[in-house]
Design a protein around this ligand. Structure first.
Ligand SMILES: CC(C)(COP(=O)(O)OP(=O)(O)OC[C@H]1O[C@@H](n2cnc3c(N)ncnc32)[C@H](O)[C@@H]1OP(=O)(O)O)[C@@H](O)C(=O)NCCC(=O)NCCS
Length: 125
């Protein structure tokens, strides 16, 4: 199993949100809908950005070269628990690397958000 934790400053979201084109390149429609429904949207957005960064870091740049940020989507189940939804090229990379399971944990506070991503492989990584 591989694990990676990343932290994102909420302030970086303020800057990102000024660029709607870029926001749509990073977050999926579902992620934006979820975050914009919250009182402080920058918190869930920053946590999801941290999760995407952790995901890319844990798998390694060369393995995820063609994976777009929106190919890895963080969705919450009915209990509020977040899950990684592998889409597009992320799904292709997962198959190639022998990924057999994943988990994500998010947290956010006043100025920071963080995410830990856990990835399980069918064979030792
Ligand atoms: C999970 C929980 C601890 C969140 O703690 P918090 O201090 O309020 O908030 P944090 O900032 O640390 O974390 C928020 C993140 O927790 C995550 N979260 C929410 N519910 C969760 C759950 N059931 N399991 C895991 N993670 C959860 C979400 O990803 C959320 O971020 P998001 O809305 O951007 O997706 C809180 O919602 C809780 O107590 N839930 C009930 C858990 C429960 O009933 N467990 C019983 C198991 S037997």
């Amino acid at each position: 199993m591989l694990v990676k934790t990343e932290v994102v400053r909420l302030r970086s979201l303020e800057r990102l949100r000024k660029n709607p084109k870029l926001i749509k390149k990073i977050f999926t429609k579902k992620e934006l809908k979820y975050a914009l429904g919250k009182r402080f949207p920058d918190q869930p957005l920053a946590a999801r950005l941290a999760a995407k960064n952790a995901f890319l870091a844990v798998l390694g740049k060369k393995n995820v070269r063609s994976v777009a940020p929106t190919d890895i989507e963080i969705i919450n189940d009915r209990y509020g628990k977040p899950h990684l939804n592998w889409r597009g090229m992320a799904r292709v990379a997962a198959k190639k690397l022998g990924v057999c399971g994943s988990a994500v944990s998010l947290t956010h506070a006043e100025n920071y958000a963080a995410a830990s991503v856990f990835i399980q492989f069918a064979r030792p990584a």
